[in-house]
Design a binder for this molecule. Structure first.
Ligand code: NAD
Length: 269
């Protein structure tokens, strides 16, 4: 079934994925392309981004999401390439290291917000414009949030603020854009041993760890599912569902992809 989920020969689905060069974004770009979508990979990592785009028949564009003009250019590339935009995945993000609330480094905090939050604002703004303009079928805007939007103590203060604000923005945008049949949702992964997470582990615990060690640690502590740790593909399938017409009545929702971590945390040892 899934290989037909996004295949409408008369209306190929066009997607822009920020932070698409590696990790969750790259897995999602690959899965979307396998399911018939045309994907614009937008990132600051030019080499891996361009290679990935080539391998999936997509396009790459250098895009720093903290710069509104870059995000607008990524969306314009999709429009120039295929004439419309159906799916926007605001996925680019970084983890924070701005320190204790008592000695918060405001420059670092604002830097993180400029990417995780402003980047998402830019993405929703320009994707919605393009979707409204290019056709009447609506569209799907997805933002990669985090359980940190819901519970405390998972990420730095700036990271937590950025994801909680993203959730609020998702809901307020969904209210406004529903009139245009544009759905806006979040996915909230937990425990994908991506470069971002492994580097955050190293920084916060001040130890050198491998992705395998991070997986083992998270699998034991953060999943109800027999020590299983999340993969980038687990998250990509959730994004595929929210991107597809099969989720057509779901909007203003934050879909946890966390192995039960956020809502069943008290039964974990
Ligand atoms: P990752 O580091 O592998 O991927 C992040 C991507 O964002 C990279 O390709 C990076 O180059 C890109 N990026 C960073 N700054 C950018 C900028 N200014 N402009 C454009 N692109 C930029 O990490 P990941 O885990 O795949 O993270 C993807 C998203 O998932 C992030 O928003 C992150 O907060 C979120 N997330 C991840 C986890 C997890 O367990 N890994 C959990 C919750 C949320």
């Amino acid at each position: 079934m899934l290989d037909t989920i996004m295949s409408e020969p008369e209306h190929p689905q066009v997607a822009v994925i920020t932070g698409g060069a590696r990790g969750i974004g790259a897995a999602t770009a690959t899965l979307f392309a396998e399911n018939g979508a045309y994907v614009v990979v937008a990132d600051v990592l030019d080499d891996p981004g361009a290679k990935l785009a080539e391998s999936i028949g997509g396009r790459y564009i250098h895009c720093d999401v903290s710069k509104e003009a870059d995000v607008e250019s990524a969306i314009n590339l999709a429009l120039a390439w295929k004439g419309n935009l159906d799916i926007m995945l605001n996925n680019a993000g970084i983890s924070g290291s701005e320190g204790s609330i008592t000695s918060l480094d405001m420059d670092q905090l604002n830097h993180l917000l400029s990417i995780n939050l402003n980047g998402t604002i830019h993405g929703i703004k320009h994707a919605a414009r393009a979707m409204i303009k290019s056709h009447t079928k609506g569209g799907s805007i997805i933002c990669t949030s985090s359980p940190a939007a819901i519970i405390g103590g998972l990420g730095s203060h700036a990271y937590t603020i950025s994801k909680a604000a993203m959730d609020g923005l998702m809901r307020s945008s969904a209210c406004e854009l529903g009139a245009h049949l544009i759905r806006v949702n979040c996915i909230s992964p937990h425990g994908v041993p991506s470069e971002m997470l492994v580097n955050a582990f190293k920084r916060f615990r001040n130890v050198d760890v491998t992705p395998e060690e991070v997986s083992e640690h998270i699998g034991k502590r953060a999943s109800l599912l027999h020590g299983k740790c999340a993969t980038t593909e687990d998250v990509a399938y959730a994004a595929l569902f929210l991107a597809s017409d099969e989720s057509g009545f779901i909007t203003a929702h934050n879909l946890l992809v966390d192995g039960g971590f956020t809502k069943a945390n008290s039964c974990m040892s």
